[in-house]
Ligand binder design. Structure first.
Ligand code: NAP
Ligand code: MG
Length: 458
């Protein structure tokens, strides 16, 4: 455990085995934190809070810049670790899993220095103060990004943090703690407790010394954490699942929209909360789009361009959805439920056509390399289908011009929409409408999550 500025043994003797999902071998053991470890970490974070909250933003920014530099210096080690414990192919691990967090960490170093922590309105000065001690609970799908997207803005805001990372990917979180140590954060400002969700995670979420819980993961666990936070009247941020729509309007560049759409789902083996897992195509272009998707998905060879799923449970869950899609009458045009390789938690990249909006594969988050292609009659029908799930995290619109696509995007119930292939922006707020969550991550909006306001009238 990394608590109060130093590595120390866990209070208990339990351990978590870390498995390489590409070959199913145990590669490491990490301690399973108990309530005692969580309590020690929260106490350290509380003790460090007044000093860190009072540290001038420019000084906090200098530590965050050092953290960014420490992550950049470890990029190769981080990439290798993500490949080992998540199964991401090496080029993806390097560019996305190790590279993107450096950019995000850098953006919060800059924001810490420039964010207006004081405003004037009428005869008031409004102070934007840190919420306090943050309990951060993260998933395994982007092991470092999810950590950086919570810890960096919390520290920029002047909060102190206890992190409980996913049990499947604790090694990357340990590298993050080493980087935080190198950044010479004052003792207790950042703390790491590895452990399981029901023990370490739940204790952290329930702890009276935690002022805010920031959670990313499943809707089922998010709902419980939201209920706990509500009962304790504490701040909560929830970044949950999605079933995002890739809407291809008539007049769009069909080949590009389908190709980018398939790539978006295959990235990270489909284990992306914002993945465009529903492709919506006008009936006149439908058959052509299905053929293009089948062609595009053939490039994703398991064990080469596409890695395994994170664990056996996720593999079984995804195969179950593929079987369900077949049983519900969708047409399998690529992939299927059988294992593509003799070892490792691989699933065949799969494309379903003739998917109708009420099918489970059109409604539920599968979290695997599975694309569902739906047919629409006109724009109103497309909008009804796009907005017709409990989720609203991300999406895409393709049209003959940006204006047409933007007009459609304005009517979508979702937190982020990429217009005609718009690039990922690390400063754009990211988060969900409806059951995709509460709150926003990244950029100035992400920093604001960790602030509370005080008004002074004079
Ligand atoms: P999960 O159980 O929600 O895990 C997310 C984090 O919450 C992990 O650190 C987990 O610890 C912890 N946790 C679990 N139970 C908890 C509890 N009772 N109290 C506090 N913390 C708890 O998600 P998962 O099981 O890894 O994945 C299941 C599904 O969630 C996926 O198939 C996918 O649909 C969705 N998911 C979404 C995202 C996203 O980015 N929105 C990310 C991952 C998964 P452990 O690691 O020990 O379980
Ligand atoms: Mg779990």
């Amino acid at each position: 455990m990394y608590i109060d500025g130093a590595w120390r043994p866990a209070a208990g003797t339990g351990a978590i085995a870390v498995v390489d999902p590409a070959d199913e071998r145990v590669i490491a053991q990490v301690p399973a934190g108990t309530a005692e470890d969580v309590d020690a970490a929260v106490r350290a974070a509380r003790a460090a809070l007044p000093g860190w909250a009072a540290t001038p933003p420019a000084e906090r920014a200098a530590h965050l810049t050092a953290l960014r530099d420490a992550l950049a210096a470890r990029q190769d080690e981080i990439a290798a670790t993500v490949t080992a414990e998540l199964g991401a192919p090496p080029p993806v691990a390097h560019a996305v899993h190790a590279g993107m967090p450096v950019v995000v960490a850098g953006s919060f170093a800059e924001l810490a220095a420039t964010y207006p922590f004081e405003e004037r309105t009428g005869n008031s000065t409004v102070l934007l103060e840190p919420v306090g001690v943050v309990g951060a609970i993260t998933p395994w799908n982007y092991p470092l990004h999810q950590v950086v997207a919570k810890v960096s803005p919390a520290l920029a805001a002047g909060c102190t943090v206890v992190l409980k990372p996913a049990e499947d990917t604790p090694l990357t979180a340990r590298l993050f703690a080493e980087a935080a140590h190198e950044a010479e954060l004052p003792a207790g400002v950042f703390n790491l407790v590895t452990g399981t969700g029901p023990v370490a995670g739940q204790t952290l979420a329930e702890h009276g010394g935690v002022d805010m819980v920031s959670f990313t993961g499943s809707t089922a666990v998010g709902r419980r954490i939201g209920a706990l936070a509500g009962a304790a009247v504490k701040r909560v941020a929830l970044e949950l699942g999605g079933k995002s729509a890739n809407v291809i309007l008539p007049g769009a560049d069909l080949a590009r929209a389908v190709g980018v759409g398939v790539a978006n789902v295959m990235a990270n083996s489909g284990q992306t909360c914002s993945a465009w897992t529903r492709m919506l195509v006008h009936r006149d272009s439908y058959d052509e789009a299905v053929a293009l998707a089948a062609e595009a998905v053939a490039k994703y060879v398991p064990g080469e361009r596409v890695g395994p799923l994170v664990n056996a449970g996720q593999r079984e869950r995804v195969r179950g959805y593929i079987e369900r899609g077949i049983a519900e009458g969708a047409r399998l045009v690529a992939g299927g439920p059988d294992a593509p390789l003799p070892a490792g938690y691989y699933v065949r990249p799969t494309v379903f056509a003739d998917v109708t909006p009420e099918m489970a594969i059109a409604q539920e988050e599968i979290f695997g390399p599975v694309v569902s292609i739906l047919r629409y009659e006109d724009e109103e029908d497309a909008l009804r289908i796009a907005n017709g799930t409990v989720y609203g995290l991300a999406g895409a619109v393709w049209a003959a011009d940006d204006e047409t696509a933007v007009a459609f995007a304005r009517r979508m119930d979702t937190g982020q929409v990429d217009i005609n292939g718009g690039r990922f922006n690390p400063l754009a707020p990211f988060g969900g409408y409806k059951q995709s969550g509460v709150g926003r991550e990244l950029g100035a909006h992400g920093l604001a999550e960790y602030l509370q306001t005080k008004s002074l009238q004079f």
